[in-house]
Design a binder for this molecule. Structure first.
Ligand SMILES: Nc1nc2c(ncn2[C@@H]2O[C@H](COP(=O)(O)OP(=O)(O)OP(=O)(O)O)[C@@H](O)[C@H]2O)c(=O)[nH]1
Ligand SMILES: [Mg+2]
Length: 357
């Protein structure tokens, strides 16, 4: 086909095959150079704190196009030596608890201290609802306009693992772009809190004061993960209930074994809407960083997280490669039918599929 094209062209323009080959070689070299220059330019722009370049790089990370992913990998590799120097904070809480309002107030507080903040989100439902960017951006109006803040809506993806990987890579890019504080927000759904916990230094749980039974209906694991619990909407009529909830949470937290960080989780009441208690939370975070860098837990945890992500990435990749093999796709269908007809067992079918080359 290519040959036919070349001879047709040859006829038309009267140029030789070798000339054409040379031209196309030059073209590929040029393309390669352009691709290289693009990534080089993007990296140097990111390092110069250029937000547009950062956004473009994150878009490459999130792309499904293999060429884009290749570029993304090059960029991440180049950014890696400039990463690792921010405070990573995870924020979780049920829908409506006030995460966006909180992040707006918290973000403004951080930027008023002369620091730069990036907000990323992991939203397990985003592939269905197309993310909550609209709501977030209107709730974070001031922060969106702040030059020292960068807000990126949640990546969508087929699996939480896939989305998480993109977020991990976005963290690296944001750090290379000189952000001092990175917030990873998630809605308290499914496994997303655990995922966020595995990529942050400090984990903040936002809660609402309920009608007494504060500890009911909360996944035990989340409380165990929290470095601080902020009872939000502690304003107006709600203040008294919020304070009662604080006592109850404090009591409950003391029943948990000591954390490896030796940090005693804090409980605080706050009002994101009225901007109350926000400064105290930032102070807690600074205390936490000071304490855990001193006792080395900060670095140990980041190392542990990196090891965890290595295994996690391999697992994801293996799974992806396996299920995308055409032979497996076909044979899996057959095996599923055999299972339905009671002619094989899930274990025998798995053994068979795993044994295919
Ligand atoms: N009274 C009071 N209302 C608040 C406070 N924080 C948030 N709200 C209100 O609670 C509602 C939900 O706030 P959001 O910030 O959108 O909550 P969210 O957790 O981001 O919600 P999702 O994005 O849906 O998960 C809004 O109407 C806010 O104005 C607060 O401190 N006090
Ligand atoms: Mg929100």
């Amino acid at each position: 086909m290519a040959k036919e094209k070349k001879s047709a062209l040859e006829e038309k323009k009267g140029v030789s095959i070798s000339e054409i080959t040379n031209q196309s070689t030059i073209k590929t070299i040029k393309e390669k150079r352009r691709a290289k220059i693009n990534t080089d330019v993007l990296v140097s722009s990111i390092l110069k704190k250029d937000i547009t370049a950062l956004s473009r790089a994150i878009t490459l990370v999130e792309s499904k196009n293999p060429m884009h992913l290749k570029k993304a990998n090059t960029i991440i590799k180049a950014c890696l030596p400039h990463a690792n120097n921010s405070v990573r904070i995870g924020i979780t809480g049920v829908p409506g608890v006030g995460k966006s309002t909180f992040i707006e107030a918290f973000g403004k507080h951080i930027t008023s201290k002369g620091k730069r903040i990036a907000v990323l989100a992991i939203d397990p439902s985003s592939s269905l609802t197309k993310g909550s960017i609209l709501g977030d951006k209107t709730r974070m109006e001031d922060l969106v306009r702040d030059n020292n803040a960068f807000i990126r809506p949640s990546a969508s993806g087929d699996s939480l693992g896939g989305v998480a990987r993109k977020t991990r890579e976005a963290i690296i890019l944001c750090e290379a772009a000189g952000f001092d504080v990175i917030i990873i927000e998630t809605v308290g759904v499914g496994q997303s809190e655990t995922t966020v916990h595995s990529m942050v230094d400090f984990f903040l749980l936002l809660k609402l004061a309920g009608a007494g039974d504060e500890l009911q209906g909360i996944k035990r694991g989340i409380i165990e993960m929290a470095d601080a619990i902020a009872i939000n909407k502690a304003d107006g009529d709600n203040l008294k209930r919020a304070k009662l909830a604080k006592v109850e949470f404090n009591r409950a937290l003391h029943l948990y074994p000591e954390k490896p960080s030796k940090w005693q989780p804090k409980v605080i009441v706050c009002s994101a809407l009225k901007n109350e208690g926000i400064d105290t939370i930032w102070k807690f975070i600074l205390d936490f960083i000071a304490m855990t860098t001193k006792n080395n837990h900060f670095y140990t945890k980041r190392n542990e997280q990196n090891k965890f992500w290595l295994i996690q990435t391999i697992e994801e990749q293996l799974k992806f490669d396996f299920f995308n093999r055409s032979k497996i796709k076909k044979e899996l269908e057959n095996q599923l039918q055999l299972i339905e007809a009671n002619q094989t067992t899930p274990f025998a079918a798995a053994d068979y599929l795993l044994g295919l080359d």
